[in-house]
Design a protein. Structure first.
Ligand SMILES: Cc1ncc(COP(=O)(O)O)c(C=O)c1O
Length: 395
């Protein structure tokens, strides 16, 4: 039985997969079982932040695995405490962290924290969470419901929890707030929804308004966080201090992790929340190594240089193929190129794959690029050369 048949027979078929068999990777380059190389401009959907086969991360994981992988949250976990302290320093204002295993789990934790805040703070137990259309917050029943895209609310999975509603944009949020609203949850750059970055002054005005009303601002930085925007948090570009921030994806370079970060340190009490694997030795040690690598990448200017090259290449590609592309979107190394329509996007992704470069889809018609943050200049240029060649084949 070949591996494709094995996958189709024994794995529940929830993904539309490419049947390529990757064997190893070096930074932003993947190699399949025939030796063919691919420039990876997806980083496993924003996860492999320090690149494939990163020697420092591999060494940290191996060293940790040889000592301890897991003991449970019934006992103190040294790298968990250190990672929480490091996150506190990088966030820049006083926060504490809860660790889980994924973005959806982090958002679930954020919603629980907000609802408990709603009970403690207001006589009428506020519980409603407002989110935006085109948002994406996860695949659990609650985070699917928090996701403002009707196509995700399949009747097969109903009933969904109550207390979620959506508005078209930031400007419409205000009118939807009522005396049961406890939180507004948004991405600053909508990832799955089409790589849409919101306006800085709109976000600052919203943050000021919510603070005045004592309604929580939850920023989902599962995709935009961990230096992807050029700063540790996209939040820092926007000059705001949200009540709750969630992280996952790039935080441990591929080891599953999620984080709920909050300045409200006294809402959760022992027993309110938990996670068997969350924050264990392996993931938090990996997280520490990743943050160490990426902090120096930012401090020595490599990250800025990569972002500048990326921007130049994106604009050049967009301008070179006006029949295919409309505009460049996003921030830092979280970018999209809006295509003229969804069919064109589908063809580009297919041709790009044939030409040895991996790219993603977002929304209906956005080509999404999330390279590893450590991508070399050569890999970047080669990736765009291949992408341009793929576009030229579409005439
Ligand atoms: C903004 C955002 N939130 C939440 C999630 C869900 O994360 P996970 O798949 O780790 O549960 C994602 C995943 O793409 C995301 O982009």
């Amino acid at each position: 039985m070949n591996f494709e048949t094995m996958d189709k027979t024994y794995v529940l078929q929830t993904y539309g997969r490419n049947y390529v068999n990757f064997k190893h990777g070096i930074n932003a380059t993947l190699f399949d079982d025939t030796g063919k190389d691919f420039i990876d401009l997806t980083s496993g959907i924003g996860v492999v932040s320090v690149g494939h086969g990163n020697a420092r991360l591999a060494e940290a994981i191996c060293d940790q695995a040889r000592h301890l992988i897991h003991t449970s949250n019934l006992y103190m976990i040294e790298p968990q405490a250190k990672l929480a302290k490091k996150i506190n320093e990088l966030v820049g204002y006083d926060v504490a962290v809860f660790f889980g295993n994924s973005g959806a789990e982090a958002n679930e934790g954020a919603i629980k924290l907000a609802r408990k805040y709603g009970e403690k703070k207001f006589a009428n137990k506020r519980y409603k969470v407002l989110t935006l259309e085109h948002s994406f917050h996860g695949r659990t029943i609650t985070t699917v419901k928090a996701t403002g895209q009707e196509s995700f609310h399949k009747s097969a999975f109903a009933p969904y929890p109550e207390g979620f509603s959506y508005t078209k944009g930031i400007a419409d949020l205000y009118a939807s707030i009522d005396d049961e609203t406890v939180a507004v949850m948004i991405e600053l750059i909508q990832g799955e929804g089409g790589v849409k970055a919101f306006d800085v002054s709109d976000i600052q005005a919203l943050a000021r308004f919510l603070k005045e009303k004592e309604i929580l601002l939850i920023i989902d930085e599962v995709q935009s966080g961990v230096f992807r925007s050029g700063e540790f948090l996209a939040t820092q570009h926007y000059g705001i201090e949200p009540d709750i921030i969630t992280l996952a994806k790039g935080l441990a370079g591929g080891v599953p992790i999620g984080a709920v970060i909050s300045k409200h340190k006294d809402i959760f009490e022992a027993g309110d929340h938990g996670s068997t694997f969350g924050g264990n030795y392996l993931s938090t040690r990996a997280g520490l190594e990743v943050l160490d690598i990426l902090s120096s990448y930012q401090n020595n200017g490599f990250l800025r240089e990569s972002i500048e090259i990326f921007e130049r290449e994106l604009n050049a590609l967009c301008n070179a193929y006006p029949a295919l592309f409309e505009s460049v979107e996003g921030l830092g190394l979280m970018r999209g190129i809006r295509c003229v329509n969804g069919d064109v996007l589908g063809n580009i992704i297919k041709k790009a794959f044939e030409n040895g470069v991996l790219v993603l889809k977002a929304g209906k018609n956005t080509l999404r690029l999330l390279p590893p943050l450590t991508i070399s200049n050569e890999e970047m240029y080669e990736g765009f050369r291949r992408l341009s060649h793929a576009c030229s084949q579409l005439g």
